[in-house]
Design a protein around this ligand. Structure first.
Ligand code: F6P
Length: 363
């Protein structure tokens, strides 16, 4: 189909993950086949809050070959500063949405491609509606908690990292007769913990979707010890609750609270009850950085090409998605309507139970 030349904007928003650069590359390469221009907006919507806006022209020359293999995002990103309730230096909160819309308009773009998770896509969608500009969303998040799409860019690589961590922890655990606790990210969704736990041969997997009791974990580890097993691997998702029903968070500079520390809590409980040595590894941002694996590069490439195709077809307010082995597109509103957490009756939970993995609930 012949189309008029277009100029499209692209930004990455929210926490970074592996595969973002592969998405950017795919968008640029496909746009180039249509002789369209691509403008990269730096630091998510923050790049539109400065005068002049922070943008870079993206061409095959500056995104091809090397970029796809790199972690992070060449555009920069942020998971702070909601434009509708922006924290100002004087401590006040300001709606800066009109500034962002005006700056985007000044770029002369025909459409925006936003690569983000549920929070970012919700904000971008609201901005697009208010500003009347066409938007296409591309899902990325290591948490894999967006609805409809079976997987988002970055998830698979994060699972690889967590699986490799278990591969590395197992021999040292066995050498020292220790119980190793691995705390992984994922916020309220246990997808990373469950997938990596299964793939990495964990004995216990604790996820926010399944309430646990310490007694059940201890009983399972003791039964392993009785069978002669001298070590155990426990995967803990960062947002599981303590017995008091709260998440463990750390307070940082400026009063900001972040999830983290539940692994140490669980480790202490197990050490005490099992009279065994425990060690805790908090995997943290290692799950986000580094080279994307082939699946994330493939997904990123397919998503990027489809996003440009949607613009070519004049279909907007859509998020590209991967379902039933196909690239499809759905209304952004449907994808962000609710978060997709682990189904406690779903196939992977059944798999874990079938393998005899303890999920902490005593079944
Ligand atoms: O949403 C992605 C994520 O990596 C979560 O899994 C994690 O809780 C959070 O972001 C960490 O955010 P930050 O980069 O601000 O520490």
């Amino acid at each position: 189909m012949a189309t008029h030349s277009k100029r499209i904007g692209i930004l990455t928003s929210g926490g970074d993950c592996a595969g973002l650069n592969a998405v950017i590359r795919a968008v640029v390469l496909h746009a180039q086949t249509l002789k369209w221009e691509v403008v990269g907006i730096k630091h998510g919507t923050h790049g539109l809050l400065t005068s002049p806006p922070q943008v870079i022209p993206l061409t095959c020359e500056n995104v091809d070959t090397v970029v796809m293999r790199q972690g992070g995002t060449i555009l920069g990103t942020t998971n702070k500063g909601d434009p509708f309730a922006y924290p100002m230096p004087d401590g006040s909160i300001k709606d800066r949405s009109e500034e962002i819309i005006a700056a985007f308009r000044s770029l002369g773009c025909d459409a925006l491609i936003g690569i983000g998770g549920d929070g970012s896509l919700a904000i971008l969608s609201r901005l697009a509606k208010q500003g009347g500009f066409p938007l296409i969303g591309i899902p990325k998040t290591i948490d894999n908690d967006l609805a409809i799409t079976e997987t988002s860019v970055g998830f698979s690589t994060a699972v690889d990292v967590a699986t490799e961590a278990l591969d590395r922890l197992q021999p040292t655990a066995a050498s020292h007769d220790r119980i190793m606790i691995l705390e992984v990210m994922g916020r309220d969704a246990g997808h990373i913990a469950l997938s990596a736990g299964i793939a990495g041969g964990a004995d216990v997997i604790l996820i926010p979707e399944i309430p646990y009791k310490i007694e059940n974990i201890v009983a399972h580890i003791k039964s392993l010890q009785k069978r002669g097993r001298n070590f155990a691997l426990v995967v803990v998702s960062e947002a599981i609750l303590t017995p008091e029903g709260v998440t463990i968070q750390q307070k940082y500079f400026g009063g900001e609270k972040r999830l983290g520390g539940i692994g140490h809590f669980i480790g202490d409980q197990i050490a005490d009850a099992c009279q065994a040595e425990t060690r805790v590894t908090v995997l943290g941002h290692l799950q986000r950085g580094g080279q994307p694996n082939w699946r994330d590069r493939m997904l990123a490439s397919a998503f990027g090409v489809h996003a440009v195709t949607l613009i070519e077809q004049g279909k907007f307010d859509r998020m590209v998605a991967w379902t039933n082995r196909r690239i499809v597109d759905v209304p952004i509103a449907d994808a962000i309507e609710h978060t997709c957490v682990v189904d406690p009756q779903g196939p992977l939970v059944k798999t874990a139970r079938g393998l005899g993995i303890c999920l902490g609930d005593g079944s």
